[in-house]
Ligand binder design. Sequence first.
Ligand SMILES: [Zn+2]
Ligand SMILES: [Zn+2]
Length: 661
Amino acid sequence: MIVLEVAIPIPLNKTFYYLPSKSVDPKDIVGKRVKVSFGKRTLVGYAITCQDIDDNNSFKLKYILDVLDNVSLITQEVIKLSEYISKNYICSLGESLASIIPVSMKPPKRFLKNKDILNKIIQERHTLNTQQTNAVNLINKAIDKNNYVLFLLHGVTGSGKTEVYINIIENALKHSKSVIMLIPEISLTPQFVNIMTKSFGSDIGIWHSGVSNIEKYNLFLKAKTGNIRVMIGARSAIFVPFENLGLIIIDEEHEYTYKQDQKPSYDAREIAKWRANYHNGVVVLCSATPSLETYKDALDCKISLIKINERINNKELPEMKIVSLKNRIFKSSLLLPGTVEAISKTLTRKEQIVVFLNRRGYAPAIMCRECGSVYQCSRCSISMIFYKNPDLLKCHYCGQIKRLPITCSVCKSKKIMVFGTGTQKIEAELKKLFQNVKIFRLDGDTVSSKGSYEKVYNGIKNGEYDILLGTQMVSKGFDFQKVSLVCIMDADTSLYLPGFRSVEKTFQLITQVAGLCGRGDVRGSVIVQTNHSNHYVIKCAKNHDFVSFYNIEIEHRKKMFYPPYCNLAKISIKNKIEKTVDEDSVTLFSFIDKIIENFNLRLKLLGPVSAYIAKLDNVYRRYIIVKGERQNILKLADYLDMFKQSCGTIINIEIDPLNLI
Ligand SMILES: [Zn+2]
Ligand SMILES: [Zn+2]
């Protein structure tokens, strides 16, 4: 009796057997997505093999309800890759298949071939400078040889990497190879997508979360059949099923968006390496501020390092001025007199300004002046953010909105004060200081629709705005010619967050935001306001000195035994009852401790500790951190299922988490 083996995206690490519908050849179903009933639910699963089993075992089996695909999508590569993901990021085969071939993708009624012929427009091409030429030559040589090679393209901001990308993509296409290009967030980079579309015309596909389920399926098939040969997209584009994948480019490789924060918490950079290895292709990781992990791999010769240390057209990197916030009078504005003067001068010269503050809202807290208590969200253990016009409090974590209290909930005092500064307040202050100034505020509160970035980009480019003010959103991939001043209002916002990556993140933010200026005719200048002028991260950022920063920071990681010197796992324990979550985390900790000892796993355990936000949306959260070699962490994970937790407690393990907060 022939049955089909089906992987289902549920957290059970096994496959299930179903009978093929009577009229269909079971071999025709293998490799396709199928609808099956599972318990009381109907789920989409993945038919991975068909097998001949003893008739006696088949009497309880159910029939497959429906076959969803016309063509087989699950290739040998997909099977192997999903096994890799399931093993390394701890999830079932079905769950990893679901991240490669989304459950929601819908086949179109008929396969749409490229009717939307977009003619390739011959772009005005710039001559490459020596360093760009060198980079292109090295990468192209590797593409020509058909070898698996990893590159780190470490180029300063404004070094003309787009030109490098276009040249190497062209070369891959010339050799009939396909290309995946990942960018951190596709909606943030409309101008980049435009350049690429103009260069590669109908060869190109754009893959992002806004693409419909039918269109995604269509892109999948076009990629599979070679109808498109370049796919540009965010993280999940890494799975696009090209059969002759020759080149993967990861732009801004240090960006956190490449790591999926849900299960399976895969890292697109690791998937890129796996796929390039499978296809004998080339991976180019690119950044002005590479992650410490990647840079260390480059120094250890696991990745070939290519440096571009000059900007195109010999533009100078901006001058960095560090200004201490320490002597600021309590409560006075973050807009220090010197900064205001610099803004004023820049406005007079009719040049543009970027003002960066990584905190949205009007003020990050309201506080009672009598007893000092800070107003917290009732569902989360974090302070609520104050907004003006209308005056209200918002929780950035659960979305709860409240009216501003009149009296302190603790001591009933009426002396309630707004504390700290967010982007909304800076906007109000700037408008007061410079009447008629045109400001675009770019943060999570002003950007909702898809077209907003295009609007910002065009608005700044065409000179409709004088000042671009915003959170870290402003640091993503803009290329403006008229920005000659960047003001970093508070460089410390990310510096003292708990977590071993805070300093690295701070360096990346300062460098990326500073890099926005001085790309045109005027040399730019950057004002960095900080309470920690003597911190090495500020000093290194001032000198545009990534290497010195790396050397200091990597020593800290080594001393403290953090990545890249070990692998990490974050085991989270969640429950709505605080007492239960505490008890369960203590029991789990000693359970893990025993396993490590009994099986000699040589792992270090930290915790259990409260998460940075100990209660989120009424769920209490505790963490146990495991440090050591990945293979030992994976062995430990095998035993976690044996732990019996209290009712309602959820235990989850995340491999190589970005943060420990
Ligand atoms: Zn909340
Ligand atoms: Zn009070």
